[in-house]
Design a protein around this ligand. Structure first.
Ligand SMILES: Nc1ncnc2c1ncn2[C@@H]1O[C@H](COP(=O)(O)OP(=O)(O)O)[C@@H](O)[C@H]1O
Ligand SMILES: [Mg+2]
Length: 224
């Protein structure tokens, strides 16, 4: 049974803009999927359909054979819990600190406060952000915000990572660190789905490269 399956998925933004056209795609558990294509190709739209921030205009999406159109609220909630999502526009709370933003994603964790703090600092250190923990997000650079968004998504150790151009504002060293983290997730049996233009990521990541062009899936290759 596939993890996700898209069947003839078309997404039209009102009144008539075709963002995705007849997409057929299967994503298996433990796949490492790289979604690429020019700006406007439909990458973000495809990811939004996967986490159901948008719904298809026609066609169907399945999560382990459950059609999204008939998915109960409870199942959707469970699905979202399994997902760590890195948004293209970060979606951080600008007036809260770096630490508080990350802590919010652990709100359901039952770790004791001391352990929680250690865990958050471990990730902050890994991404070179420990000295910025108490800064408000609005005081950070674009690249720093991006890293906070990545930490927030991965710190819960989700089964599925969905990341929308997570390295667009990062320097080469940070990109390497991010790729390492995603590869670690993959080697633990998790599923990684990344939208990216980054040539290093496209070259060095295992898995499937899916290319979109103006809403159409035009290429599908398997990296060895
Ligand atoms: N909410 C929306 N309403 C109308 N058009 C949209 C909306 N979101 C995206 N689009 C359009 O759909 C196309 C695909 O967008 P997107 O999925 O963001 O592409 P990508 O992430 O590959 O840059 C773009 O032309 C964009 O302008
Ligand atoms: Mg996008």
């Amino acid at each position: 049974m596939s993890l996700f399956k898209l069947e003839k998925v078309t997404k039209i933004y009102p009144p008539y803009f075709k963002a995705l056209i007849g997409i057929d795609l299967t994503i298996e558990e433990n796949d490492f999927v790289l979604l690429t294509g020019a700006t406007g190709a439909g990458k973000t739209t495809l990811l939004k359909l996967l986490y159901k921030a948008e719904v298809p205009t026609s066609g169907e999406i399945y999560f382990k054979s459950i059609p999204y159109s008939k998915m109960s609220k409870k199942t959707l909630k469970e699905l979202r819990k399994k997902m760590g999502i890195v948004f293209q526009d970060h979606k951080l709370f600008l007036d809260l600190s770096v630490y508080e933003n990350i802590k919010l994603s652990l709100i359901l964790s039952n770790k004791p406060p001391k352990k929680l703090k250690l865990l958050i600092y471990e990730f902050l250190e890994r991404f070179g952000l420990a000295s910025k923990a108490k800064k408000r997000v609005k005081e950070l650079s674009g690249g720093e915000r991006q890293k906070v968004g990545i930490i927030r998504a991965i710190i819960r150790d989700p089964q599925i990572i969905i990341a929308d151009e997570p390295t667009g504002n990062l320097d080469p060293d940070s990109i390497r660190e991010v790729v390492k983290v995603f590869k670690e997730f993959h080697s633990k049996g998790k599923t990684v789905i990344l939208a990216t233009h980054d040539p290093v990521i496209l070259k060095e990541s295992p898995g499937k490269i899916i290319t979109l062009n103006r809403g159409e899936l035009v290429n599908y290759v398997e990296n060895s």
